[in-house]
Design a protein around this ligand. Structure first.
Ligand SMILES: [Zn+2]
Ligand SMILES: [Zn+2]
Length: 286
């Protein structure tokens, strides 16, 4: 039963990503399908959607949710406490460098990948996004696992300057790590082509789960302290979520948290509670 629940727990994450991407894709399709944007408009759109969503979601989590004690109490996922760290403040130079990097990446990706139009079929989009998140999780797992080998750790140590974590730590990485993450993230579109509406949706949702994963909170996509454990212990939990870690036996058990709309965690909680009350009832009869 526990094995089955763990499997559902991982699949729930993939499904949430695929469904959310499909919904956001429909919005971009509705906005863009009459326009037929040219190459440079697509580059600007992809870059701006990525950057604006990154800052908006990060600020919403750090300044909005984290300033509300009731929400913090309900959503905090991190169990292992670590010494509070001062996170680096934003500087104009840092923001500009980051945006130049993101713009160049958008330009290269759209230049190299062939363009396709996949329309707005819900089933086809859902299938595409499901394939992409499972593939992206696998690619990230492999590269992240490699960066934790002694000889390659240099690439990744900048990201691990924080044992505690905060949303914007998601973007704190060396240039080489940034390039590898970007390539592994968009790998399928070099083979299958890009549809600008899908690409924009993927970026928005990617930013959302990445920022949430580093926020120490469990809001909507991340149902545990999975990545907090990785930052604190520096080993295990190399994937975006736990599926590939479970497959390859590198899972460093996270603590599940119910957050908002996590049916599997909710179900598991109910089962545990009812089995405890059943045991107590049996004990009291004996
Ligand atoms: Zn790491
Ligand atoms: Zn991280």
């Amino acid at each position: 039963m526990q094995k089955f629940l763990n499997f559902c727990f991982e699949i729930e994450f993939y499904l949430k990503i695929a469904i959310s991407c499909t919904i956001v894709q429909q919005v971009f399709y509705w906005l863009l399908h009459d326009i037929e944007p040219n190459f440079i408009t697509e580059v600007l759109l992809y870059w701006l959607v990525g950057s604006i969503s990154f800052y908006c979601i990060g600020i919403f989590i750090e300044k909005g949710i984290k300033s509300n004690d009731v929400l913090m109490d309900k959503l905090t996922a991190r169990v292992k406490k670590v010494k509070k760290q001062q996170f680096p403040s934003f500087t104009l130079k840092g923001i500009i460098t980051g945006e130049i990097k993101a713009f160049i990446a958008a330009l290269i990706i759209l230049y190299l990948a062939p363009e396709v139009h996949r329309g707005n079929s819900l089933i086809l989009n859902l299938g595409w996004f499901l394939m992409r998140i499972v593939a992206a999780d696998f690619c990230f797992y492999v590269s992240h696992w490699l960066w934790h080998r002694k000889s390659l750790q240099k690439i990744h140590l900048k990201h691990h300057e924080f044992r505690d974590s905060s949303s914007f730590v998601a973007g704190h990485k060396s240039i080489l790590e940034y390039i590898i993450v970007t390539i592994t993230d968009v790998l399928p579109i070099f083979i299958f082509g890009y549809d600008i509406t899908q690409l924009c949706a993927w970026t928005v949702i990617g930013n959302a789960y990445n920022l949430e994963g580093h926020s120490s909170l469990s809001i909507f996509f991340i149902p545990s302290d999975f990545h907090d454990v990785h930052h604190t212990d520096f080993k295990g939990n190399y994937g975006i979520h736990g599926f590939w870690d479970r497959v390859f036996n590198t899972l460093n058990s996270p603590t599940k948290k119910q957050g908002i709309m996590f049916p599997v965690s909710w179900l598991e909680n109910r089962i545990i509670k009812s089995s405890i009350s059943l045991e107590r009832a049996t004990d009291s009869r004996e």
